[in-house]
Ligand binder design. Structure first.
Ligand code: ATP
Length: 506
């Protein structure tokens, strides 16, 4: 798998330099896996949220929103299974002292074998040309079959051991498969231990009746416990969805991948409540629908793929990930899960309240099934920026870094730039700014040469620059510069709004 650590590092430093993402608490040497969004980062993040919200809530008549609190009754996490089962298996290498998630080590190992198969397939395709039958080759070529058998055996044993919580066997499997620490290169592993990912804190005065509560590790439970409130108050009929955007917290074991794995992050989730027995149809529907959303941003479909789960979470009867090709390889961006009636039934049991939907067509009540789409906001941010980041060599030999962000997501849509800081040009530019700023997020700048200002706007992904020059004062026209093509056209001032409206819509 092509990974590009170098590109990843460049994106991290670009994000900091241009006000997108800062390490948290930097003047105190930072706080591991926590980040702050700067002036342009927060705009991009808000635009992603707005586009998701619009696509899910505004464009679907049967989806409504919710903003539930981060703090919730502690029994919720007992009912949801998080207190007992929201664990990751961790393992340390004694030589490098590095800590890993055992499941990630095994999955990376499996991926390496998959890559070997892919190499064989690619070679064979070149050799056989048009007549190549990949399916046939995969099932008959002895070497490929041997690799595939190895993968299947490892997977079966690994998931069974995790299921039984047989951590000694997980360790044995890691050793037998010859998995070494990427840092020390040795197999000197500790035992595998389970680690609960939830953060806890105290609610109320600690001296009095202190109550341990958790920072939510997912936003979904706020939706489940409000199911009846939402359904009744918004008069929703099944099938319907509840959408929510909010912070989630996980004490991740390994967190050294920038926005990809944070300890405080944001999720955009939608739980879709359906009639029992119809969940797999809706699962298939949301799989396609969510993929359509991703590609609607103009990022090529080849950057995305589905990864269906072999091991299902305790609450699911089907699950898939939408993976994105980050600079660190294809990794999960969004999870789509068929969660059955697990959560609502559990809350019914633990709360002692009836949580049912009365179906007037069937004339009976039932606990609805749930299909969930859950996407990380920060990972989407990283995906979008990674795709948009380009280093270009220009015809005149100079170089530029440009963020070719989808216009709808760009932090700043239009820069208003008087060519020079005198001759009445700033005044004219301000007039234009005062009209446009009520419609678009604009940025006014008069300092530095125009070339430098264009470069800065390219670096933060501003799709259009409007330059006010001496000709503007004569014929009331300006130049409109396109970020990606760098071409400039002259347009009348009184048409700017209409032209930008057209160009900046999706
Ligand atoms: P992973 O396998 O990468 O740990 P997950 O399967 O635990 O992810 P889910 O519980 O399905 O993730 O959460 C839904 C989405 O929330 C993920 O697809 C991801 O985009 C986002 N997410 C989860 N954990 C993190 C994290 N630590 N930092 C940033 N985003 C996260």
């Amino acid at each position: 798998m092509a990974t590009n650590e170098d590109l990843f590092k460049k994106i991290i430093s670009h994000s900091k330099e241009y006000g997108f993402v800062f390490p948290s608490s930097e003047i105190y040497d930072g706080l591991s896996a926590v980040y702050d969004y700067g002036p342009f980062g927060v705009e991009l993040k808000n635009n992603i949220k707005a586009w998701w919200w619009k696509s899910m809530v505004q464009y679907h008549e049967n989806i409504v929103g919710l903003d539930s609190a981060i703090f919730m009754h502690p029994t919720i996490w007992k009912a949801s299974g998080h207190v007992d089962a929201f664990n990751d298996p961790m393992i340390d290498n004694k030589d490098s002292k590095k800590r890993y998630r055992a499941d990630v080590l095994v999955e990376d190992h499996l991926q390496k074998i998959e890559d070997k198969i892919q190499k064989e397939v690619d070679k064979a395709r070149t050799r056989f040309g048009e007549t190549f039958d990949e399916q046939m080759y995969r099932t008959t070529n002895p070497r490929v079959k041997e690799y595939q058998d190895k993968i299947d055996a490892l997977k079966t044993r690994f998931y069974a051991s995790l299921e039984k919580n047989d951590l000694a066997d997980v360790k044995a499997l890691i050793e037998e498969a010859g998995i070494v620490c990427p840092v020390s290169g040795t197999k000197n592993w500790t035992e595998v231990r389970q680690f609960n990912l939830m953060f806890s804190t105290q609610m109320g005065s600690v001296n009095e009746d202190a109550n341990e509560i958790f920072l939510r590790p997912e936003t979904a439970q706020g939706v489940f416990v409000n199911f009846l409130n939402v359904q009744k108050s918004a008069r929703m009929k099944i099938p319907f969805g509840i959408a929510q955007i909010g912070k989630a917290f996980r004490n991740e074991i390994v967190a050294r991948q920038f926005l990809f794995r944070m300890r405080e992050f944001e999720q955009m989730e939608m739980q879709y409540f359906v009639k029992p027995g119809e969940e797999l149809e809706w699962f298939a529907y949301w799989k396609q629908e969510r993929m359509r959303w991703h590609t609607s941003l103009g990022i090529p479909a080849s950057k995305y793929r589905f990864h269906d789960h072999d091991k299902l979470a305790h609450y699911a009867n089907a699950a898939t990930d939408i993976e994105f090709e980050f600079p660190i390889g294809f990794k999960e961006l969004e999870g789509i899960h068929s969660r059955t009636d697990f959560d609502l039934s559990a809350h019914q049991k633990f709360s002692g309240r009836k949580i049912q939907y009365f179906d007037t067509e069937l004339n009976e009540g039932y606990v609805p099934y749930v299909v969930e789409t859950s996407i990380g906001l920060d990972r989407t941010f990283l995906a979008v920026v990674s795709y948009a980041y380009r280093e270009e060599k220009l015809e005149d030999g100079s170089e530029r870094v440009v963020l070719s962000l989808p216009a709808i997501l760009a932090p700043v849509k239009v820069a208003i730039l008087p060519l020079i800081k005198k001759d009445g040009l700033p005044e004219k530019a301000r007039e234009i700014m005062d009209v446009l700023k009520y419609r678009f997020r604009c940025f006014y700048e008069e300092k530095d040469t125009i070339g430098r200002r264009y470069r800065r706007m390219d670096a933060i992904g501003t799709p259009y620059c409007i330059t006010i020059d001496h000709q503007t004062l004569q014929d009331n026209t300006v130049t409109l510069r396109d970020r990606d093509t760098m071409l400039q056209e002259r347009i009348p001032v009184n048409e700017i709004l209409a032209i930008l409206n057209e160009k900046l819509s999706l």
